[in-house]
Each structure stands twice: as C-alpha cells, then as structure tokens.
Design a binder for this molecule. Structure first.
Ligand SMILES: Nc1ncnc2c1ncn2[C@@H]1O[C@H](COP(=O)(O)OP(=O)(O)OP(=O)(O)O)[C@@H](O)[C@H]1O
Length: 359
C-alpha cells in the first residue's frame, strides 16, 4: 500500500479563477500515511468527491500535485494508479457467480489460481459471503451485491490504496453497522491505505483512524475521533461532530473568563493570542454542561427536555442564547431555579470560527 501526499492541491471547475470562492477545493497540504484509514467527512457540496476524484485520477487538479510513495501521479490516468474503488452503488457482473466476481480483479492481473482461491475464500469469509460463492450475482439483494463490490475492492493486496465513495448508502441500517465493523477489522488485518468518503459522522468515526473534516471546499480539521470531539479546531467541526453538536455562542474575554451576555464562564487558562478585532465565540459541548439548583452558575430557564434513551437533552435559555445540556438518566432537571454549571476545562475559544490556542 502507499503513502499519499497532497502538495498544494486545489481545484476549480471554472475555466478562469478569480477569487478564493471559485475553488471547489481550496489549497490542501497533507500526508496520509501508508496503512492509514482516512474518512473524508462533510456536508453535501463541501468538496469530498472532488478530492477523491483527484486521488483516483478522474480529475486533474488546477494546482498542486499528488504523490503515491513519493512518485507523482497527478496526471496519470486511473488505470495507471493501481487503486481499487468502491462506489455508492454495486458494480458487479450479474451473469457471473459471486466467486467469479470476487476473483475477477485478481485474475485480471494474472494471479495464479491457487492464490486467487485462497484470497477469494478469505475475503468471502470476512464479509460473510462464503455460503453464496456459487450463486449467480443476478439473484442477490442490493445489500449482498454491495458486499460483493466491497469484496472486489478489498481482494487485491497489492493496490496503492482503496477508495470508497459512500459505499454503505444503499445498505440496510442493521447490515450497515455490521459492515462498518467488518471494514475496520479488515483494515486492521491487512493494513490497507483507505480513503472513505461519507457525510455520516457515525460511519466516519467508527471506520477511520483519522477523520478529515471538510467544509466549504477546505479541510477544517484532520484528527482522531477523540481530537475532533475534545478540541474542534473550527466551530463547524463542533457543530457537525457530536449529537447534539457543540454549543457555540458569542462572547468577549475578560482575563481568564469568557463573558456571555454579562455572565462569566471560567476557562482556567489564558488566551494572549486572540487576534485583534476578531469575532469571538465560546464552544462548549453539551456533555460538559450540567444543571443544578446550587452553585454560582448563571440562572437559566428550561425550554424543553428530550429523552434520547440513555440520556436526556435539556434546551436551556440564558438571555438570548440557547444551550443544549446532556443530562444522565439518573440526574434531575430542576424545573425552577436552574443554574448552568460549566466544566471550565472543556471551554474552547474561537476567533472568526477558528480555535484560539491557549497559553
Ligand atoms: N463537474 C462539476 N462542474 C462544476 N462544478 C462542480 C462539478 N462537480 C462538483 N462541482 C461543484 O463543486 C463543489 C464540490 O462538489 P463535490 O461533489 O466535490 O462535493 P461533495 O462534498 O462530494 O458533495 P456530495 O456529498 O453531495 O457528493 C460543489 O459546489 C459542486 O456544485
């Protein structure tokens, strides 16, 4: 498998580029390690497919270059990049058996029959397709066909990378959960370099070692699921990752406190690097807020409480600002006299939507 380097990569679909907004993909410099599992996560239109198509060779970027193990492949066609691809909809040969479908990418490369057999059976076993190897693909359900597509993508061990474009979209929710875990297991076992496009955070967080969060054509953060949760580098990451997402409200700074609507939120750290004139916000995840009748937190009014099974989410109002607060099943939601208690170690400060590093 290969290390993938993206050097100064940017792409515009316009014939003449005039301003930054003309770029569907804004400048990007990244190294994706050999054997890493990367998820490209972001809302519709943020540039995920554009980036994947540049990696696969369907698009030549307007600027920059892409290297596989140090070799530039920027202008090479897909067939010369030695990659496997799995798409949103199944790509299978209906008239062939499941076995022959899985064997196809290997036979196509002239791999010997006994190696083909070993590899096909191993992948079939891991994807729970062993019992249907002799069946014709035409009679199978859409789910089973997509499993074959995944198997065809995973069957060759000598590819530079495997690229997945929303491969679980057509899959039934229960099987989706199972396949996500199987993919993770397959990655651990074979150490593939995997790039996986999705707009589903659960899919990205369970599958990937590193999640690349994209927003408006730019990568706003690349990190482990823990990093994205604990230290979102952009307010968008805070909103997008987590359910419910991070609370983000305007503030100003007074010493080591963030002032929100005249109330002080202690942050227990200094921020001397706040850019002058920037628009400031605090970001606090619902998990790090609580409600109590005691303490010196600001008084809030409870707007509604939603029961989500293992926990409840209280929506509370502090002047004009709404906060979501995660409440455990065994905790009380005070109906009157509620105060908002903030865990100061988990208050993040944002200037013009970007995280301000603490001193
Ligand atoms: N062939 C094209 N010609 C012109 N503009 C395009 C083309 N393909 C994509 N775009 C634009 O580029 C931007 C990024 O699109 P892209 O398909 O990469 O996003 P995405 O994150 O993959 O979205 P989705 O999840 O909906 O597939 C969008 O504004 C889109 O309209």
């Amino acid at each position: 498998m290969a290390k993938i380097e993206l050097n100064g990569l940017a792409h515009s679909y316009m014939p003449q580029v005039q301003e930054p907004q003309d770029f569907a993909l804004k400048e990007l410099n990244h190294v994706w390690e050999d054997g890493g599992a990367y998820a490209l996560l972001g809302p519709s239109g943020c540039g995920k497919t554009t980036l994947l198509n540049i990696i696969s060779g369907l698009l030549i970027p307007t600027h920059g270059e892409i290297l596989f193990d140090g070799n530039a492949v920027t202008k090479k066609p897909t067939e010369d990049r030695n990659i496997a691809q799995v798409f949103q909809f199944p790509v299978v040969y209906d008239t062939m058996s499941v076995y022959d479908n899985l064997a196809f990418p290997l036979r196509n490369r002239g791999v010997g029959a006994s190696e083909v057999d070993g590899r096909v059976r191993e992948i079939a076993e891991l994807l729970e397709l062993s019992d249907s190897l002799k069946h014709k693909a035409s009679g199978l359900t859409a789910d089973a066909k997509q499993k074959i597509s995944l198997g065809r993508g995973l069957v060759r061990a000598d590819v530079s990378a495997i690229l997945f474009d929303e491969p679980l979209t057509v899959i039934d929710p229960h099987l989706k959960w199972q396949l996500r875990s199987q993919l993770k297991h397959l990655h651990k076992r074979f150490n593939y370099t995997m790039v996986y496009v999705t707009h589903d955070q659960t899919e990205a967080l369970t599958f990937a070692d590193k999640v690349v969060v994209m927003y408006d054509g730019a990568v706003v953060q690349m990190g482990t699921p823990e990093e994205l949760f604990e230290r979102p580098k952009h307010t968008f990451v805070g909103y997008f990752i987590g359910s419910p997402g991070m609370n983000v409200v305007p503030c100003h700074i007074d010493g080591d406190k963030a002032m929100v609507a005249g109330h002080a939120f202690s942050m227990e750290k200094g921020f001397s690097k706040v850019p002058e004139g920037a628009s400031l916000e605090v970001g606090i995840r619902p998990e790090f807020l609580s409600l109590s009748r005691e303490g010196d937190g600001p008084a809030v009014s409870i707007q509604k409480v939603e029961d989500l099974g293992r926990f409840r989410v209280a929506s509370v109002r502090l002047d004009d600002h709404e906060f979501k607060v995660m409440v455990g099943e065994d905790q009380e939601v005070p109906t009157d006299g509620a105060r908002l208690i903030v865990d100061p170690t988990h208050v993040n400060l944002y200037a013009n939507s970007h995280l301000v590093e603490e001193d």
